[in-house]
Design a protein around this ligand. Sequence first.
Ligand code: ADP
Ligand code: MG
Length: 271
Amino acid sequence: MPDRAVPNPSFPKPFIDVRGVSKTFFTKRGGAIEALSQTSLAIAEKEFVCIVGPSGGGKSTLLNIVAGFLKPTTGEVLVSGRRVDRPSAGRVMVFQEFALFPWLTVEDNIGFGLAVSENASTRKERDDIVAEHLALVRLTKFAKSYPSELSGGMKQRVALARALAVNPEALLMDEPFGALDAYTRNNLQRELLRIWEQQRKTVLFVTHSIEEAVYLADKVIVMAGRPGSVRAIIDIKADRPRDESDPEVVAMRAHIRELVLSASEDEHDGE
Ligand code: ADP
Ligand code: MG
């Protein structure tokens, strides 16, 4: 099995380099929660990486550290060789709750980040980028609609278009399709792959679904919880689009399911 517990040393320049990152939260009542412990990962440019693992395993914490929203207690994250110490338009987050502005139309939601971005200095440039991204997520007809008029799947397309409009190098996605029904979710997975194949952003995608991870990823990171750490790194080599009856896909799902289960069992040792 192509597991790699440590970053491959023959992999010279990772795009996202998580080095020995730990994170301890201190609660108001004086307690300490170790959310992440000594986590190291190397992610190549344009790679599609999924993170799976038990709930409370530090997945969101890791994503927030890579995004620059949280500071690690120890260790560091480098992106393109530069240390992350704040959020940047080069690394955008897409959340499960669509996080759209309800008082803005679809086109103004997509253009929102551009108003404060250097990528679009004129009104015309901004309008062109918005139109391009409306078309990318197939929502041109809904440009003047408000989020309340859209289905969950459409809202998440708007969130994706808004994230891509600022032309980030990396997309950080925290269970982005977790609130959608199965049919819409499958649709969005296909759409995301189509866009990724076109734009080749680096994607770091957290999911609860092993099926989703094996469908999407070049590489799946299995995290163990309490404290969160990397349990295994698995390369998925099956050709895309992946079919759930492909024996390689079936085998990968089973293998990762085993790893996630044993990672969850470890948590209960000694309890
Ligand atoms: P996951 O996304 O894998 O479910 P999280 O990264 O959200 O896990 O959480 C990891 C652990 O850190 C959990 O025990 C959680 O309760 C704790 N935690 C996360 N954020 C905070 C915070 N801001 N303050 C205190 N504890 C936190
Ligand atoms: Mg989470």
